[in-house]
Design a protein around this ligand. Structure first.
Ligand code: SF4
Length: 429
C-alpha cells in the first residue's frame, strides 16, 4: 500500500476531519500510513473500531497505523496497548499537520515496540482549528465544520468528554470554506458540528446559527443547496425560523435530537425540552415550511424506562410526524451519569429498539407514499450503468432509472417506492 488510507467511523464531524487529515497527508506526500478516525458514541462503535484495526494490520503488515478520534481521546491506553497500533492521537492533535508529521518520520519498528501517544486534555482547548478542505471523497456533498464540542452534559452522552466544550469557527472562515467548495462544483453543503444550535455564542461577536445560515446564502449566491446536520429542537433561534420559512436553498429537512418522548426520561437524560414542547415545535415547523420532512434520533431502553414510558416514546414519533427515525439501543458509557443508573436488561433494550425501528420503517413508507406524483429535486451521488442514486431535498434516498453523473441536481417525479428508496423518473416534457 502506498497512498495513505483513512478509515472513518461515526459522525459527519469525523468525516470532515478525515478530509482535513487526508489533505495534510497529501501535502506531506505521506506513504504507507493508515489513520483510523474512531467513534465512542456506543460500545458497539468501539468494538467495530478495534475489529477494523486488527483487520487493517493483517491486510497491511508493514504500514504505520495511527488511531485517533473520540475512542482514542477517551481511552488512549486501550489503543496504545494494541500490538497493531503505532500511534494514538487526540481529537485536537489529529488536525495538526506538525503532529501528524511526527509519526511519518519515525521508524516503523520503533513505534511497534513503543507506540507514540499524543493525547492532550481536550477540556483545555478554547478555539477551533480552521482548515480549508478543497474537496471531498465523492463529488456532490461536503460537510463543513462550524462548531466543535458541547457545553451540555446529557447524562447518557460521552461526547463532551471526547470533544471538549463548545467552540465555534468564525463566520468568515466558514464562508471562505464554502465558497472554496462551491468553486470546486460541490452542489450541497452540510453544516456540521457537535451541537450546532449553540453556534456562535462563544465568539467575540456572538452570532446565531440562523444568522450564519442567512449570511452563507447571501454571500455565496451560487451555492445550490444548504443543509443542517442534527439540531437541538429547543435551541432554534428566531432568525433560523425565518430562514427555514423563506429560503428555498435551505433544504426542507431537519434532523432533531429528540432522544425520548417521555418527560421523566427526558428529565433523567438532562435534556432541555419536554415532550409537549417537542410536539408543538414540530407542528410549528410543519406550518412554517409545509414541505418540510423531519428526522429524529431516539434512544431505546434508557435506564429506568418502564413499558409505559417506552409507549410514550412510540406515540411521540407519530405526534411529531417524524419521517426518518434513527434508533440507538441505550449503551452505557463509562464516566457518564446514566451508566451509574439501574440498567435495563440488554434484551429489553434490543427489543424496544426493534419496535422503534419497525415504527420508523412505517413512518418512512408513509412519507414515501405522500411523495408519489411530487417533484423530487435529486442530488445525484452515485452513477451505475443504467441507473443512479442520490438524495432528494428531503434527504430521502432516490433511485432514478438513468445513468446521470454525480454532482448534478435533477428534477424528477416520484413514481413508486421500494424499501429504503423512492423511485423517481424524469418529468414528462
Ligand atoms: S447536547 Fe447532549 S447529546 Fe448532544 S453532544 Fe451535547 S451532551 Fe451529547
Amino acid at each position: 500500500m502506498s497512498t495513505p488510507k483513512i478509515v472513518t467511523f461515526g459522525c459527519r464531524l469525523n468525516s470532515y476531519e478525515s478530509e482535513v487529515m487526508r489533505k495534510h497527508l497529501q501535502d506531506m506526500q505521506a506513504k504507507d500510513v493508515i489513520i483510523v478516525n474512531s467513534c465512542a458514541v456506543t460500545g458497539e462503535a468501539e468494538r467495530q473500531v478495534k475489529q477494523s484495526i486488527r483487520k487493517l494490520r493483517r491486510d497491511h503488515p508493514t504500514s504505520k497505523i495511527l488511531v485517533t478520534g473520540c475512542a482514542a481521546q477517551l481511552n488512549p491506553g486501550d489503543y496504545s496497548r494494541m500490538s497493531e497500533v503505532n500511534a494514538v492521537f487526540g481529537n485536537r492533535e489529529k488536525l495538526d499537520p506538525l503532529q501528524l508529521a511526527t509519526v511519518l518520520n519515525v521508524d516503523t519498528v520503533a513505534v511497534r515496540e513503543k507506540p507514540i501517544v499524543n493525547v492532550q486534555d481536550i477540556m483545555q482547548v478554547r478555539e477551533t482549528a480552521h482548515h480549508l478542505i478543497s474537496g471531498v471523497d465523492q463529488r456532490s456533498r461536503a460537510f463543513v465544520q462550524i462548531q466543535q464540542g458541547c457545553d451540555h452534559r446529557c447524562t447518557f452522552c460521552i461526547i463532551p468528554y471526547a470533544r471538549g466544550n463548545s467552540r465555534s469557527t468564525s463566520p468568515q472562515q466558514i464562508i471562505q470554506q464554502i465558497q472554496h467548495l462551491v468553486d470546486a462544483h460541490i452542489a450541497e453543503i452540510v453544516l456540521t458540528g457537535v451541537d450546532i444550535t449553540s453556534y456562535g455564542q462563544d465568539l467575540s461577536q456572538p452570532i446565531t446559527l440562523g444568522k450564519l445560515a442567512a449570511d452563507i446564502l447571501n454571500q455565496v449566491p451560487k451555492l445550490p443547496r444548504l443543509r443542517l446536520s442534527s439540531i437541538d429542537p429547543i435551541e432554534m433561534d428566531p432568525l433560523l425560523w425565518d430562514v427555514i420559512g423563506s429560503e428555498q436553498r435551505l433544504m426542507p429537512h431537519l434532523h432533531l435530537s429528540l432522544q425520548a418522548g417521555d418527560d421523566m426520561i427526558l428529565k433523567r437524560m438532562k435534556r432541555r425540552h419536554s415532550s409537549a414542547q417537542a410536539v408543538q415545535l414540530c407542528q410549528r415547523l410543519h406550518q412554517h415550511r409545509p414541505d418540510i420532512a423531519l428526522g429524529a434520533d431516539l434512544i431505546a431502553g434508557f435506564p429506568t424506562e418502564t413499558e409505559e414510558m417506552f409507549q410514550n416514546s412510540l406515540r411521540h414519533v407519530q405526534d411529531c410526524h417524524i419521517s426518518f427515525v434513527h434508533v440507538f439501543p441505550y449503551s452505557p458509557r463509562a464516566g457518564t451519569p446514566a451508566a451509574k443508573m439501574p440498567q435495563l436488561p440488554v434484551e429489553i433494550r434490543r427489543e424496544r429498539a426493534n419496535l422503534l425501528r419497525q415504527l420508523g420503517d412505517r413512518q418512512r413508507q408513509n412519507f414515501f407514499a405522500k411523495q408519489l406524483g411530487k417533484i423530487q429535486k435529486v442530488l445525484i451521488e452515485k452513477q451505475e450503468e443504467d441507473y443512479s442514486v442520490g438524495h432528494s431535498q428531503h434527504f430521502a434516498s432516490v433511485r432514478v432509472p438513468q445513468a446521470i453523473e454525480p454532482g448534478h441536481i435533477v428534477q424528477m417525479v416520484a413514481t413508486a417506492f421500494q424499501g429504503d428508496y423512492i423511485i423517481a423518473d424524469r418529468l414528462a416534457e
